[in-house]
Ligand binder design. Structure first.
Ligand SMILES: Cc1ncc(COP(=O)(O)O)c(C=O)c1O
Length: 403
C-alpha cells in the first residue's frame, strides 16, 4: 500500500464533523465534489454581508416560499443566459440544491411504483432517491448515455402496455455523471420531441454545464422544450459551493405556484433563504464570471493530469472518452477485467475509484466499469492516483505492470 504523500493530499475541510467528506482519504477519486481549494470563501463572505446589509432582518426571517425574488431573478438570468433559455423569475422556484429539487419532483410527479425513465448509466444517488420514493428506474436505450427517440418510444409503449405509469424521464444531457458525455443539439431535440409526443415529462439535471473546457455546450433540454413538459433542475453546488445549498427548479409558473403551496414551504418558508440572497448578490457581480473562468482552467488541468497518468491503462484494454467538461471519467474495462478487481488493486496502490454498479440502473450491470472523478485533488495527487489506477488495470488484465 502506498502511503499518501501529504504534499499532494486533498486538503481537509478543517474541523472534524463539519464537512461531509472530511479528510484526505489518500487518493480518493470516488467523490465528485468541488475541490476545497476552489471554494470561494471570500466571495461568499462578501456577498452574504451585502445581503444582510441590504435586507436587514428580512434576510433572517422565514423566506418567501418560492425563494426570495432577487434570487429567483438572478437564477433565472444566469440559467437562461447559459442555456439559451427564455424564462424569467416567475418560472423559477428556489431549492436547497439539486438533490432537494429532485426529492420535491418525486413527490409532485411520482405515484407509488411508477417508472422513471433513466439513461442506462446515471447519477447513483438520484437512482437511490427515486427508489426511496417508491419510483422504479427504467433504463432506456442501448447506449450508456444517449437514448434515441425510437428507444424511448419503444420503452414507454412497452411499460404502458404492461400497465405501468411513467412519472417522468430523468436525464443529464451535459457532462453526464458518470460518463462525462454531452449530447448534440440534434440528440436533444429528438428526445424532447419524443417525450412531448409520448406525454412524458422530462426532468433535466444539469449541474456541470458551466464547467466546460472548450466551447459552451448546446442549448439545454429546458431551453428546447416548453417549460412544464420539460423541467430544469439547476444548482450552484458545483460552480460556487455545495454548502450554500442553493439550486432551483426551472419549470414554469404553474409548477412554481404548485410548489409554493406545499405545506413544507408554508411551514418553513424558502429552504435556502440567506444562501439564496447571498447568491443573488454574487451572481449579479462581475466576480461570478471571473470565478467560472478560473474553475474551468483549474478543472481542465486536473482532467488532463488524470488522463495523462491513465494512458498506460489503454494498453490493458481499458477505454474512456475525454470529457469536455464536468468532473468525471468513465473507464470501461476490456478483456474480462472486472471492476471488483480494479477497485481492490487500486486501493492496494493507494487510489480509490467508484465501482460501476451503483451508476447503472439495472442490477448486475456495471461490473466492467469504474467512475473516476478528477475534481477534488490537485494536479500532483491526480497524477499519482492515475498512475496507481493504470497499474491496477494493467495488473488486473494480467499484463504485469513494471514495478
Ligand atoms: C448529476 C448530479 N445531480 C445532482 C447532484 C447534487 O447536487 P446538489 O449538491 O445541488 O444537491 C450531483 C452531485 O454530485 C450530480 O452529479
Amino acid at each position: 500500500m502506498i502511503t499518501p504523500d501529504p504534499r499532494t493530499a486533498c486538503p481537509s475541510g478543517g474541523t472534524p464533523g463539519i464537512a461531509q467528506v472530511e479528510s484526505d482519504d489518500g487518493l480518493d477519486l470516488r467523490v465528485g465534489q468541488p475541490a476545497p481549494a476552489l471554494l470561494p470563501t471570500d466571495l461568499v463572505a462578501r456577498h452574504q454581508a451585502v445581503a444582510l446589509d441590504r435586507y436587514g432582518p428580512a434576510a433572517l426571517a422565514y423566506g418567501a416560499n418560492a425563494g426570495p425574488l432577487p434570487a429567483r431573478e438572478a437564477l433565472a438570468a444566469w440559467t437562461a443566459g447559459a442555456e439559451d433559455g427564455h424564462w424569467t423569475a416567475r418560472d423559477v422556484f428556489v431549492t436547497a440544491g439539486a438533490s432537494h429539487a429532485l426529492a420535491l419532483l418525486c413527490e409532485e410527479l411520482g405515484t407509488p411504483d411508477a417508472r422513471v425513465l433513466v439513461q442506462r448509466a446515471s447519477y447513483s444517488v438520484a437512482l437511490d432517491l427515486f427508489r426511496r420514493h417508491r419510483l422504479r428506474p427504467l433504463p432506456v436505450g442501448a447506449d450508456d448515455c444517449v437514448p434515441t427517440a425510437a428507444e424511448l418510444t419503444a420503452s414507454v409503449r412497452a411499460a404502458r402496455r404492461a400497465g405501468e405509469r411513467i412519472a417522468f424521464a430523468y436525464l443529464q444531457p451535459t457532462f453526464h455523471n458518470p460518463t462525462g458525455r454531452t449530447w448534440t443539439t440534434a440528440q436533444r431535440q429528438a428526445v424532447v420531441e419524443a417525450c412531448a409526443d409520448l406525454g412524458v415529462t422530462v426532468v433535466e439535471d444539469d449541474p456541470y454545464r458551466e464547467v466546460h473546457f472548450g466551447d459552451r455546450p448546446p442549448p439545454s433540454l429546458a431551453a428546447l422544450g416548453p417549460l412544464g413538459p420539460v423541467i430544469g433542475v439547476r444548482t450552484l453546488s458545483k460552480v460556487l459551493a455545495p454548502g450554500l445549498r442553493v439550486g432551483c427548479v426551472v419549470g414554469g409558473a404553474a409548477l412554481r405556484a404548485r410548489l409554493e403551496r406545499a405545506p413544507l414551504f408554508a411551514s418553513g418558508g424558502g429552504m435556502a433563504h440567506i444562501g439564496a440572497l447571498t447568491a443573488a448578490s454574487l451572481l449579479a457581480s462581475p466576480a461570478f464570471p471571473a470565478h467560472l473562468r478560473h474553475l474551468r482552467v483549474a478543472y481542465r488541468e486536473r482532467r488532463d493530469a488524470l488522463l495523462g497518468a491513465l494512458a498506460p491503462a489503454a494498453g490493458a484494454g481499458a477505454r474512456w472518452e475525454r470529457p469536455d467538461g464536468g468532473f468525471f471519467v468513465w473507464l470501461r474495462l476490456g478483456g474480462g477485467v472486472l471492476a471488483d478487481t480494479v477497485e481492490k488493486l487500486s486501493v492496494r496502490y493507494g487510489a480509490q475509484v467508484l465501482h460501476g454498479a451503483p451508476c447503472r440502473a439495472r442490477l448486475g450491470d456495471g461490473r466492467q466499469a469504474v467512475r473516476v472523478s478528477y475534481s477534488m485533488h490537485p494536479v500532483p495527487a491526480l497524477t499519482t492516483a492515475g498512475q496507481a489506477l493504470a497499474r491496477a488495470v494493467t495488473e488486473a488484465s494480467g499484463r504485469n505492470p513494471s514495478r
